[in-house]
Design a protein around this ligand. Structure first.
Ligand SMILES: [Zn+2]
Length: 399
């Protein structure tokens, strides 16, 4: 029996899968994806399809399922659905995050929009296609990845397994990937990437009664921050991709000094640089470093750590045909879907980086994601199920 999408979504919301976002949360059952992974594995086993658990980190496991064994037909196209298992934290929420509530055509709860709603739609479509396969149907893979919200390590590990041949169900990388994120039923073909790193300025400590005996690292950082602001303004003026806007730079945190009566010997900031869809992360980093070398002396007092997050943008080179076919399906459903760009990052660039046509598509708006009263519209869920089902039947495959 094919389960109902709203019922599945409620089950997903009831299982907390909060991303620790770098916090230390040993054994707190609300954090990490472990409980949700157990649910997903059982969901697929109940369908009688193949399942693979790919351990990524402790208590964090990608769950993959597939409808047809590759040995059946190695020429059969492979379509992959992808949805991340983690949600953002629940601090400050004004609704019960894990008790789903249905009201006025909406489902409320943490992850309803990002991205358990779309995951429920993909699971429903996958179950339909697994229970009633057609002869011409592609091999369908459903990948439920971990840690999208803070480092993309699940998607990164999955792509690595294609390269080293350790993914048991896949004779080769998929022929196309649909990544679930809230796009309001529009077809996202491009989005920005992100680069984050820490920058330190170094001084010399002294008693604040004799500041001339020391060298103030916060004063050095003042120059650096001012120059980064100018650098950020120059990026905006550069213009950029019409659908995602120009690249940006933001200084998000600053820490320096130990107490008010000492000259600080160290100050640290964290920098967030959003990349254009086709921008190389290395070149973007070098541009900022060169800017500081040129404008913010003394260079020997500035240190940059290697980036702690690098994720390319999604380029629309390579996914236009898939996007157009997805639009056709949506038009048949009565939706005038557009090709759009997004300002936020997703797992999609990791799949696109190995040459797989990849687009982002799902129900719900990004404006409802991560909010204090997160929700998704039930009518969008039903539409997305029909669209994913058509994709899984091979409607986007060129024959
Ligand atoms: Zn998401």
């Amino acid at each position: 029996m094919i389960p109902d999408v709203v019922e599945i979504l409620q089950q997903l919301i009831r299982i907390p899968s909060v991303n620790p976002m770098g916090r230390d949360v040993p054994d707190d059952p609300h954090y990490c994806e472990q409980a949700l992974s157990v649910y997903l594995e059982q969901f697929f086993r109940d369908l009688g399809v193949g399942v693979w658990r790919q351990n990524v980190e402790p208590r964090r496991t990608n769950i993959l399922a597939w409808t047809t064994a590759p040995a059946d037909d190695r020429q059969r196209p492979i379509v992959m659905f992808e949805a991340h298992q983690d949600t953002v934290p629940v601090d400050g929420m004004t609704i019960d995050p894990w008790q789903p509530r249905i009201e006025q055509g909406r489902v409320y709860g943490r992850g309803a929009c990002d991205v358990k709603g779309a995951m429920a739609c993909m699971l429903t479509a996958f179950a339909r296609l697994a229970c009633e396969p057609s002869a011409a149907q592609p091999m369908l893979v459903m990948a439920c990845t971990v840690n999208e919200e803070h480092g993309f390590s699940g998607a990164r590990r999955l792509v690595q397994s294609w390269a080293d041949g350790t993914a048991p169900m896949l004779p080769r990388p998929p022929d196309q990937v649909i990544v679930a994120e809230p796009t309001n039923l529009q077809v996202m073909v491009t989005h920005k990437g992100v680069l984050r790193w820490r920058c330190h300025t170094l001084g010399r400590a002294a008693h604040s009664a004799c500041p001339d005996k020391g060298e103030n690292a916060i004063y050095h950082m003042g120059h650096v921050v001012l120059q980064l602001q100018r650098c950020a303004e120059s990026l905006i003026q550069r213009g950029g991709d019409p659908r995602v806007g120009p690249p940006t730079l933001n200084v998000g945190t600053i820490h320096g000094g130990i107490c008010v009566n000492a000259v600080p010997d160290r100050c640290t900031i964290e920098i967030d640089r959003r990349l254009g869809p086709d921008e190389e992360p290395e070149a973007a980093l070098q541009h900022v470093l060169d800017w500081l070398t040129q404008h913010a002396p003394p260079a020997e007092r500035i240190q940059h750590d290697p980036p702690f997050l690098v994720s390319r943008g999604l380029s629309d080179r390579g996914n236009m045909e898939l996007a157009a076919r997805l639009q056709q399906i949506l038009h048949r459903q009565g939706f005038a879907a557009q090709q759009i760009g997004g300002p936020y990052g997703t797992n999609a660039p990791f799949y696109a980086s190995v040459g797989v046509p990849t687009v982002v598509f799902g129900p719900g708006s990004i404006e409802q994601a991560h909010t204090a009263a997160e929700w998704i519209a039930i009518d969008q869920l039903h539409t997305a199920v029909d669209v994913y089902t058509a994709v899984g039947q091979g409607a986007t495959i060129t024959r």
